[in-house]
Design a protein around this ligand. Structure first.
Ligand SMILES: Cc1cc2nc3c(=O)[nH]c(=O)nc-3n(C[C@H](O)[C@H](O)[C@H](O)COP(=O)(O)O)c2cc1C
Length: 202
């Protein structure tokens, strides 16, 4: 008689003849196309006078809120300015925006989403989340054939007044966007082997 109490071997995977289910349609992306959008994005600072359509504005908005963010608190708020007179007023307080765009995004950190004052993660790291949303916006704009340029050079006070921003919203970045006056020109990058290391820095 044996008292062998070894745990049972894990069950063998069920043999099945059914092929794996295809990914849901919304996940069926073209990797090469996505990587091309990422690789070929470059800032666009000059725009034609053509407006950004409602459909494109909605697609840009959807890209913003799809971004990863700390604890999924979504401690952000975005104002997409397209009304021409208001756009010129915002631009007047954003010296980092050189030409006249069709759209200005004001991307804000929403401090009211923090648990309390001690929630330093949201108060401090929230800017990282806003930056991630802005990168989504830049890539979506490029994918739509639009151009965009982020800027951290702006006067938050006047922009706060112009857009009726409540105190708990802190503008972090403005982005100008529109139809490119010229094709985007890739900016030079440091050699990839100089900045990307595998497994250790040596
Ligand atoms: C935090 C931040 C602030 C920036 N501020 C400005 C700005 O005020 N004006 C501007 O024209 N571009 C601004 N840029 C755009 C950079 O100049 C641009 O991303 C950089 O030269 C690399 O070019 P690329 O985006 O075409 O690869 C900013 C970018 C970042 C990430």
């Amino acid at each position: 008689m044996t008292t062998d109490t070894a745990p049972p071997a894990p069950a063998a995977p069920q043999a099945t003849s059914a092929p794996p289910a295809p990914p849901p349609a919304e996940h069926a992306v073209d990797p090469a196309g996505v990587l091309q959008v990422i690789r070929t994005r470059a800032v666009v600072r000059e725009f034609t006078g053509e407006p950004v359509s409602d459909d494109d504005a909605k697609a840009l908005a959807a890209a913003l809120v799809a971004a990863p963010n700390g604890a999924n608190l979504q401690a952000w708020a975005f104002v997409i300015v397209r009304r021409p007179q208001l756009l010129l007023s915002v631009r007047a307080f954003a010296p980092g925006v050189f030409a006249i765009p069709a759209l200005i995004l004001v991307a804000c950190l929403d401090h009211s989403r923090a648990a309390d004052e001690s929630d330093t993660r949201t108060h401090k790291e929230g800017r990282l989340c806003v930056a991630m949303a802005v990168e989504n916006f830049l890539l979506a704009a490029h994918a739509l054939g639009l151009g965009a340029c982020p800027s951290s050079s702006f006067l938050p006070g006047p922009i706060r007044v112009l857009l009726d921003l409540p105190d708990h919203l802190e503008p972090v970045m403005v982005v100008s966007a529109g139809h490119p006056a010229h094709p985007p020109k890739p900016a030079p990058r440091r050699d990839i082997d100089e900045v990307v290391h595998y497994d250790n820095y040596a």
